[in-house]
Design a protein around this ligand. Structure first.
Ligand SMILES: [Cu+2]
Length: 104
């Protein structure tokens, strides 16, 4: 299973806190209706941190994890504890797809 770390919930009116950055995070930016980079390759145990730097609302959703809908300044982080290929997408924008490749 993919371990979830720093997942914000969508309950309540207050915006969820951004996942605090960690020095070894692999960073994917949400910018220009796209993920940058679209494919990121990381070693097992790495935390991937998505950073919203777009004025449009996006989310990050796969069958293993899901963020809330966030705007510019938002963040979501997931630690990947097993190797594999993990496709994900923004469910709000067709074609806004990304992949995390976790290598042993
Ligand atoms: Cu989007």
């Amino acid at each position: 299973m993919v371990a979830l770390a720093g997942c914000a919930t969508t309950s309540g009116a207050a915006p969820p806190p951004a996942a605090a950055p960690e020095p070894d995070d692999a960073v994917v930016r949400l910018v220009g209706l796209d993920f940058d980079p679209r494919t990121i390759e990381v070693p097992v145990g790495t935390r991937v941190r998505w950073q919203w730097t777009d004025s449009v609302v996006h989310n990050v959703v796969s069958k293993d994890f899901a963020s809330s809908r966030e705007l510019d300044g938002g963040a979501h982080a997931v630690r990947f504890d097993r190797p594999g290929t993990f496709p994900y997408r923004c469910t709000l924008h067709a074609g806004m797809d990304g992949t995390v490749v976790v290598i042993p």
